[in-house]
Design a protein around this ligand. Structure first.
Ligand SMILES: Cc1cc2nc3c(=O)[nH]c(=O)nc-3n(C[C@H](O)[C@H](O)[C@H](O)COP(=O)(O)OP(=O)(O)OC[C@H]3O[C@@H](n4cnc5c(N)ncnc54)[C@H](O)[C@@H]3O)c2cc1C
Length: 403
């Protein structure tokens, strides 16, 4: 339950950070290690769990078990993505990294989707890949690549320091979008501001909750209060609001091999028409005989480059009344399965159990559930992450129709 905000608050002033430092303040180490944990260093490091040296869990039998790559290695590799269905994680040892005071960030605008995807591919696969890499797509043919490295601003460049998370500043992604107009530029961002750059705007979601929240008067008068807490909003959600959110809002992250990025963006455009999109490359590593919930790379190599496409917002078809969340989500999920990709499981999933097992490898996971007596204590991941029963009804009907 240690949050990312607490981690950077403690580590950054001491000159350190997590090797994969997720940026939303409220995400927890436990949730990110048992769930996903992807960030702008993931093209080198992989997911956060790749930087873990030891997990300690309490099993269903009440036993405390330490697992590392050498000790209880089978359990160690089964824990990532297990979403708490093998035991309670009570301690983690993980790698931290030295940082500098600032990140020098380059904003590279593109007016062609293929050019952006090609450049991103070359960048992350190069031996000299920048330390931090992400991209934002602002339409089906425009976007910005953001490349960063740690730096100490030289005295003659101190005017280029931008404290982007000061509450009155424009949201980070709208600032990045400016480079589509003014062209390539670079600046120095204090490191902790960089790490939490998407927090004030809740990535791209605050604009749908408070439409005027990025206007100068709102920012100067009210933004010091921060963005609403997602967990609090979920906790206080009535059944009707939950139904509306399920039917009308999209919050999806899909992971596909990087060569399918352009097609993923085109499909997202066709299904949702939502912008901006978050694009974050991530390396998936092979774990040999301990293949966990994610399969070893299909290229039979030590690692394979994937990319996360984050789609958050209100779909364009809502206003015309043509949008059907279940049908559209199932099309997206099929695309992801067809290319050997994965869906982040905090999102509403509309897959049948069979489809889910096609996407995620269950062999080793189930062996570990048997070995540590989790079967009668915790649900399987599928049953933990599928939408509530009353929402499932519609999904089940559609699945039945589709055979
Ligand atoms: C606005 C927003 C932004 C996001 N940005 C990112 C991002 O940048 N990068 C990224 O990777 N993901 C991101 N996510 C997705 C997020 O990573 C996943 O939802 C993650 O798994 C959740 O972290 P959490 O701390 O909220 O965990 P929770 O949702 O609380 O937990 C996730 C799962 O892990 C289990 N779990 C948590 N703690 C423990 C424990 N101690 N022992 C056993 N099981 C445990 C929970 O039961 C649950 O099944 C984002 C989500 C949102 C809503």
């Amino acid at each position: 339950m240690v949050t990312m905000g607490e981690i950077t608050h403690f580590l950054n002033p001491r000159g350190f950070a997590l090797s994969v430092q997720a940026e939303m303040d409220d995400l927890t180490l436990g949730g990110l290690c048992m769930g996903v944990g992807i960030e702008t260093t993931s093209h080198r490091e992989g997911f956060l769990f790749e930087t873990v040296e030891a997990f300690e869990i309490i099993t269903a039998d009440g036993e405390l078990i330490r697992s590392t790559r050498e000790e209880n290695a089978d359990l160690f590799h089964a824990l990532p993505w297990s979403h708490g269905t093998l035991g309670f994680l009570v301690a983690i040892e993980l790698r931290i990294t030295r940082i500098k005071s600032h990140v020098r960030l380059d904003y590279e605008p593109y007016d062609s989707l293929d050019a952006l995807c090609g450049r991103l591919n070359d960048l992350v696969l190069s031996d000299h890949a920048p330390y931090f890499v992400e991209a934002l797509a602002f339409s089906d043919n425009s976007g910005v690549i953001l490349k960063g490295d740690f730096a100490t601003p030289p005295p003659d460049e101190r005017a280029k320091i931008n404290r982007i998370n000061n509450y009155y500043k424009p949201w980070f992604y709208t600032h990045a979008e400016r480079s589509l107009e003014i062209g390539h530029f670079s600046e120095y961002i204090p490191t902790r501001h960089y790490y939490h750059r998407h927090t004030p705007s809740v990535f791209f979601q605050l604009k749908d909750l408070i439409r005027f929240a990025n206007t100068p008067y709102y920012r100067h008068l009210w933004a010091w209060m921060g963005a609403p807490k997602i967990s609090l909003m979920k906790l206080t959600m009535t059944r009707e609001l939950r139904r509306q959110a399920f039917e009308n809002r999209v919050a999806q992250d899909i992971l596909v091999p990087i060569e399918h990025l352009a097609d993923s963006i085109r499909l997202s455009d066709e299904l949702f028409g939502i912008y901006p999109l978050w694009i974050c490359p991530a390396r998936l590593f092979s774990h040999g005989s301990h293949e966990g919930f994610l399969r070893n790379p299909s290229n039979a190599k030590e690692s394979q480059m994937f990319v996360d496409l984050g789609i958050y917002g209100l779909p364009a078809g809502i206003e015309s009344g043509t949008y059907n969340q279940v049908q559209v989500s199932r099309k997206l999920e099929k695309f992801v399965r067809d290319w050997g990709g994965y869906q982040m499981l905090y999102a509403d999933i509309c897959m049948t159990r069979g489809e889910f097992e096609q996407m995620f490898e269950h062999r080793h996971y189930r062996a570990m559930r048997r070995k540590f007596n989790a079967e009668n204590a915790f649900p399987e991941v599928y049953h933990k992450v599928i939408p509530e029963k009353w929402i499932r009804k519609e999904i089940d009907e559609l699945c039945n129709e589709a055979g």
